[in-house]
Design a protein. Structure first.
Length: 118
């Protein structure tokens, strides 16, 4: 079983920045991808950013240019730097890790709340 622990969520003003971290209990180099999702009240969970084993990154259109995902293999940590925050970015941010096939198992953290005040 792989465990993911997120941290870094807090209350910030619009225009400010937050840095979220996700510590994975297994080497992230053994994972196909690690990503950040978010879920706002009354909305579906959505993919924010993902980083693959080959360091390719993908972002949702809503955060492109403002958020940056990065990984530190030595610390088994994936971080999400969030800049120019908007009230619409308010959500619970969840870390997700996906194993390679044939397992393709997916693991989730408990989430960390990020709140952006207008």
């Amino acid at each position: 079983q792989v465990q993911l622990v997120e941290s870094g969520g807090c209350l910030v003003q619009a225009g400010g920045s937050l840095r979220l971290s996700c510590v994975v209990s297994r080497s992230i180099t053994s994972m196909r991808a690690v990503g950040w999702y978010r879920q706002a009240p009354g909305k579906q969970r959505e993919l924010v950013a993902r980083i693959y084993r080959n360091n390719i990154t993908t972002y949702s259109d809503s955060v492109k240019g403002r958020f940056t995902i990065s990984s530190d293999g030595a610390k088994n940590t994936v971080s999400l730097q969030m800049n120019s925050l908007k009230a619409d970015d308010t959500a619970v941010y969840l870390c997700n890790a996906e194993e390679w096939p044939p397992s393709s198992s997916v693991y989730w953290g408990q989430g960390t709340q990020g709140t952006v005040s207008p």
